[in-house]
Design a protein around this ligand. Structure first.
Ligand SMILES: [Zn+2]
Length: 165
């Protein structure tokens, strides 16, 4: 998973907490100002009320940002969870030519036909991409350079046997 999504959410959460904390202490200062026996200093009160208003606006803004970040994080976690579940359906498989790919586990097939997925895409991009082809060589569906050798059928040398070769 993209760690920056967690960092963003946690950063916003701690900022929201500190902004809210500041607003709470400003509110406390205003309360004290009016609780004292002597007449409240109006100028000081106006200043504190303005500060409190600004802090509450900032806190609200942080809350909106935090809410969005948490939603993003939740989506990311769900995608991650689904990926891990999908990945668990495959096991390592070595072809007769020594190439390592992932193969659908028989006990997790759930009615799907036997197939292989690209280990390069799985490990690098966390994507489940089919490997397809009918001959000795099979390719990844998204990257033509991800080529896997499954068999070793001797190549016919006589052109007359296969004019298209
Ligand atoms: Zn691939």
């Amino acid at each position: 998973m993209d760690a920056s999504i967690i960092e963003t959410a946690l950063g916003l959460a701690s900022t929201a907490v500190s902004v809210t904390g500041k607003a709470a202490s400003t509110a406390e200062a205003i309360k004290k100002l009016f609780a004292s026996d002597k007449a409240a200093d109006a100028e000081e009160a106006i200043k504190l009320v303005n500060i409190l208003a600004a802090e509450l606006t900032a806190a609200n803004l942080m809350k909106v940002n935090l809410s969005k970040a948490l939603k993003d994080l939740s989506v990311e976690l769900r995608i991650e969870d689904q990926f891990e579940k999908d990945k668990a359906r495959y096991e390592l498989f070595t072809t007769s030519q020594g190439d390592i790919v992932f193969k659908l586990r028989a006990d997790a097939a759930g009615g799907q036909p036997e197939h292989f997925i690209c280990p390069a895409c799985l490990n690098k991009d966390r994507l489940i991409i089919f490997i397809q082809g009918t001959g000795d060589h099979k390719r990844c569906q998204v990257n033509q350079n991800h080529l896997y050798t499954f068999g070793n059928t001797p190549i016919r040398s006589s052109a007359s046997e296969n004019p298209y070769y």
